[in-house]
Design a binder for this molecule. Structure first.
Ligand code: GTP
Length: 237
């Protein structure tokens, strides 16, 4: 299989690591995802990963809490997930560097853009932890920001649902899958692909977002090779 892209950001939601448990980290699930990320890397693609933290703590769920404090807790959750991913990838022989936007030098490297790019050139997977390091910004926004910074061609957004639908497929059995969408449609229709800050950043920097389901982890390789299995959000003329 020939990959369509040279450098990508894979956005993994925290929930994706929890498997059916819905909370925490499921070792078999994370191993399955990492096996497929390795396959993708072995095709010669440079891969950076942005991971969420929703399987442990999500800032917007911090009911009654100060939002900034809750967001910092969410950022720390992403560090736990990044270390779990690092461990699972290293177990199968992949070289990994974790970089964190909140400095904790005993735990991981600080985020340094040029160093991250150098790691990628040396065929290492780079995992970006702690989101952007700022409260009020999501890990989707982190994916958009880092993609722009490191010149990634696309964001591969791995989700629990397999694509974007015109309504919630869990509530509406007639919900229609959408193959292709413009950024502005996502914003105007309020579709839950990414939050508006993240989509705006992708739109302004012309970074396509490939949304697909992680139920079958082999989807990562399929999407990288250009198979149209989910939804693509891009500039539509
Ligand atoms: P090259 O210089 O390109 O070969 O990259 P490298 O990452 O192998 O070199 P470096 O000597 O920077 O790092 C060696 C190891 O230390 C890697 O596992 C890094 O992730 C880790 N490392 C580097 N800087 C830090 C840091 O500030 N904190 C922590 N915890 N680890 C670091």
């Amino acid at each position: 299989m020939e990959p369509k892209y040279k450098r990508v950001i894979i956005k993994l939601s925290g929930e994706a690591l929890a498997g059916d448990k819905g909370f925490g980290i499921d070792p078999a699930t994370i191993a399955g995802i990492c096996k497929n990320i390795k396959e993708a890397k072995d095709l010669g693609v440079e891969i950076a990963i942005v991971v969420g933290g929703g399987n442990i703590f999500r800032g917007r769920d911090g009911e009654g809490m100060d939002r900034a404090t809750a967001d910092y807790m969410g950022m720390l959750a992403t560090v736990i997930n990044a270390l779990a991913l690092q461990d699972a990838l290293e177990n199968i022989g992949v070289e990994v560097r974790v970089q964190t936007a909140i400095e904790m030098k005993e735990v991981a490297e600080p985020y340094i853009r040029r160093k991250a790019m150098r790691h990628l050139e040396k065929e290492r997977i780079v995992i970006f932890a702690s989101g952007t390091g700022n409260p009020f910004f999501s890990t989707d926004t982190t994916a958009a920001l880092r993609a722009a910074e490191i010149d990634a061609e696309v964001i591969m957004s791995a989700k629990k649902v397999d694509a974007v639908y015109d309504s919630d497929p869990k509530l509406n059995p007639n919900a229609k899958k959408i193959d292709r969408l413009s950024y502005i449609d996502v914003l105007n229709k309020g579709l839950k692909v990414m939050d508006s800050t993240a989509i705006s950043l992708c739109m302004d920097n012309n970074i396509p977002v490939l949304v697909f389901g992680l139920e079958q982890p082999e989807n990562i390789v399929k999407v990288l090779c250009g198979e149209n299995i989910g939804t693509i959000v891009e500039e539509v003329n």
